[in-house]
Write a protein that binds this ligand. Structure first.
Ligand code: 13P
Length: 261
């Protein structure tokens, strides 16, 4: 039976595109997409912080059906944290989805599972939806530790979060060796891990939450491989880096269900 989870495709721009690029991008994407696309797929754009206000203005004034996203936030609502941006600040800009615990943040900015857990609570506490990232390194995969690494990230990330909140969340499985390398996990490997993640969520928050939580795959998703990934029963969407930077390519990804027609 087909599941009730609506496909969800998110573009993570990372540290790319200034606010002028962002405005051009969103207009182009809007003109490339059809009404059916929004009915079939939810779409979020995770720009750098400096672009969000411009995107919000244009998305709201033209009633575009894109979710406004962010790539990170601090876990405290305010205070002496030079250079940081808080969850309430993002919520005020109509941000609805925040990526938390991306592997680049874990690796380059020292984010631990404990910090990730605090950030998830801040995002949820401000009425937004977190996209919790998890994934293993190549060494971990080769030494057979991928499942336990991901399980540990999910368990620690979700600690103390209500079942209802878990049900509303998005989890992104991004094997680190597949990010920006062109080496995608096979759809069978990605499906196997997403099924495993759903099982871990069931153990932590119950079957209803596991059935509702949406799981994205991320790591070199392109127009040429997305349809096969999306055909897997436990893959509900994609978290896209490089291929989300150019409007035509991102539109082609969103329109994956037309591929081969
Ligand atoms: P790429 O799609 O560029 O591999 O990036 C994946 C990613 O890290 C999205 O968050």
């Amino acid at each position: 039976m087909a599941n009730a989870r609506k496909p969800f495709i998110s573009g993570n721009w990372k540290m790319n595109h200034n606010h002028l690029d962002a405005v051009q991008f969103i207009q182009k994407l809007y003109y490339r997409l059809e009404k059916d696309d929004y009915e079939a797929v939810e779409i979020s754009i995770h720009s750098p912080f400096t672009d969000i206000r411009s995107l919000q203005t244009i998305i709201e004034s033209d009633k575009m059906k894109f979710h406004i996203g962010a790539q990170n936030c601090h876990y405290e609502p305010s205070g002496a944290f030079t250079g940081e941006v808080s969850a309430p600040m993002l919520a005020k800009l109509s941000v609805s989805h925040v990526i938390i615990g991306h592997s680049e943040r874990r690796e380059y900015f020292g984010e631990t599972d404990e910090i990730v857990n605090k950030k998830l609570k801040a995002v949820l506490g401000n009425g937004m939806t977190p996209i919790l990232c998890c994934g293993e390194t190549l060494e971990e995969r080769e030494s057979g530790e991928a499942n336990s690494k991901v399980e540990g990230q999910i368990r620690a990330g979700l600690a103390g979060i209500t079942k209802e909140h878990v049900a509303s969340m998005v989890i992104a499985y991004e094997p680190i060796w597949a990010i920006g390398t062109g080496a995608t996990a096979t759809s069978a490997d990605a499906e196997e891990m997403c099924l495993h993640i759903r099982g871990v969520v069931a153990g932590v928050a119950g079957n209803d939450a596991a059935e509702s939580v949406r799981i994205q795959y991320g790591g070199s998703v392109k127009p040429g491989n997305i349809a096969e990934l999306m055909a897997q029963p436990n893959i509900d969407g994609a978290l896209v880096g490089g291929a989300s930077l150019e409007a035509d390519e991102f539109a082609a990804l969103i329109q994956y269900r037309n591929h081969g027609r």
